[in-house]
Ligand binder design. Structure first.
Ligand SMILES: Cc1cc2nc3c(=O)[nH]c(=O)nc-3n(C[C@H](O)[C@H](O)[C@H](O)COP(=O)(O)OP(=O)(O)OC[C@H]3O[C@@H](n4cnc5c(N)ncnc54)[C@H](O)[C@@H]3O)c2cc1C
Length: 353
């Protein structure tokens, strides 16, 4: 097939879902895929940052490979040299901060990340897909020409980025709603039920002679949702990340606390969060941090879920949806699976037509 007759597919979002779709479609010679992402790097909320000479993951902490197709992808099809297991249980704590043992069944499941950061999953998919990725380009609007059925994408300055036969929207649903033209009522109806919670993440580096983690666990999770901290983890449990002289502790704050404090600055909040973290560490007085890092997520984890019936209906106009909003669960694995699934339908509907 000549390049002129290739079907042009735009993927909005180089997170796990968009990249998994691109990877699955990598051998479709009759498809020309362009991925757009507003960030400089890939992998979305499965994010890693170079900070204080270290690699920190302020978004997704780890992923499991319990879904068979994802297990095949991670353990066989993508390179595994950098893949590492996070050893240690996830215990639980209540509103009063009392710690107890976590669910043994869940703790028996392996938790994975990459030595160089969880964003490696996105980088590996991007590399293996071989697609053109236009990083640092924020899509500002999409519109379908009612006669030609061709989609036009514009950036946030209103500049045209190109014409496409189909578009895969693989970004958090509220961000996707902002891109739609007024006539895109079908896509809007599909996306609307999926809202997201907000979240602050803080990571502290403490002198390991002055503060230590309580026991051998990897993390502590607040199950009754009564504590201002939702998740606390010992980042040293991730192989190769934190040197022995430092205790790396990540605190992901509760949605309620995050919302209440969303507009405050990291410098204002760090001391308060440190005070909340202190009682969980072996040294009960608030230890002084050597460094801290923070990230504010406007769209952290989905609360609702995309209307799947309506999402299928809009596929006939060449609009496809993927991402954690489609499953209503903030999980890397599930997001990857939505990308693989939607790629199958794209292949059936537009490539093999
Ligand atoms: C604090 C936090 C903790 C988490 N913990 C875990 C965990 O422990 N385990 C787990 O499995 N999952 C966890 N998750 C959830 C996991 O990160 C997500 O479910 C997963 O990344 C979703 O992938 P996605 O492809 O749907 O979207 P994303 O990862 O959000 O990717 C979307 C991409 O689209 C880009 N984008 C957005 N708008 C535009 C636009 N207008 N134009 C161009 N590009 C755009 C973004 O830059 C991003 O790269 C966590 C998430 C957060 C925030």
């Amino acid at each position: 097939m000549s390049s002129k007759t290739k079907t042009r597919l735009a993927i909005i979002g180089a997170g796990p879902s968009g990249l998994a779709a691109a990877w699955k479609l990598r051998d479709s010679d009759d498809l020309k895929i362009t991925i757009f992402d507003k960030s400089r790097g890939v992998s979305g909320r499965a994010a890693s940052r170079a900070r204080h000479g270290l690699r920190l993951d302020p978004g997704a902490n780890y992923f499991k490979t319990d879904l068979p197709e994802i297990s095949g992808l991670i353990h066989h099809q993508l390179p595994q040299d950098d893949l590492v297991e996070i050893v240690g249980d996830i215990n639980v704590f209540d509103a009063a901060g009392t710690i107890s043992a976590g669910d043994p069944k869940l703790n028996a499941e392996k938790k994975w990340t990459y030595r160089n950061g969880i964003s490696t999953v996105g980088k590996l998919l991007a590399q293996a897909s071989g697609c053109e990725i236009r990083s640092g380009v924020r899509i500002g609007g999409i519109r379908q020409n009612p006669e030609s059925q061709v989609w036009v994408l514009k950036d946030d300055a209103g500049e045209k980025l190109g014409y496409f036969d189909a578009v895969l929207i693989a970004i958090p649903a509220p961000q996707a709603l902002d891109l739609l033209a007024p006539e895109d009522v079908g896509i809007a109806a599909a996306l609307s039920p999926a809202t997201y919670q907000q979240q602050w993440t803080f990571t502290f580096g403490y002198d390991s002679e002055k503060a230590s983690w309580p026991g051998e666990s990897y993390a502590l999770i607040n199950l009754d949702r009564g504590h201002d901290i939702a998740w606390l983890s010992r980042e040293n449990a991730k192989p190769g990340r934190i040197p022995d002289d430092t205790l790396g502790v990540m605190a992901q704050m509760s949605p309620t606390w995050s919302l209440e404090n969303f507009e405050r600055t990291p410098d204002e909040l760090a001391a308060e969060v440190n005070q909340m973290v202190a009682p969980f560490l072996v040294h009960q007085t608030a230890p002084e941090w050597k460094w801290f890092d923070s990230q504010r997520w406007k769209f952290s984890l989905p609360i609702g879920r995309v209307d799947l019936e309506k999402a299928r209906e809009v596929e006939s106009c060449g609009a496809y949806l993927a991402g954690d909003a489609v499953v209503g669960k903030g999980r890397v694995t599930e997001a990857l699976q939505t990308g693989l699934d939607v790629a199958e339908r794209i292949r059936e509907n537009i490539v093999q037509k």
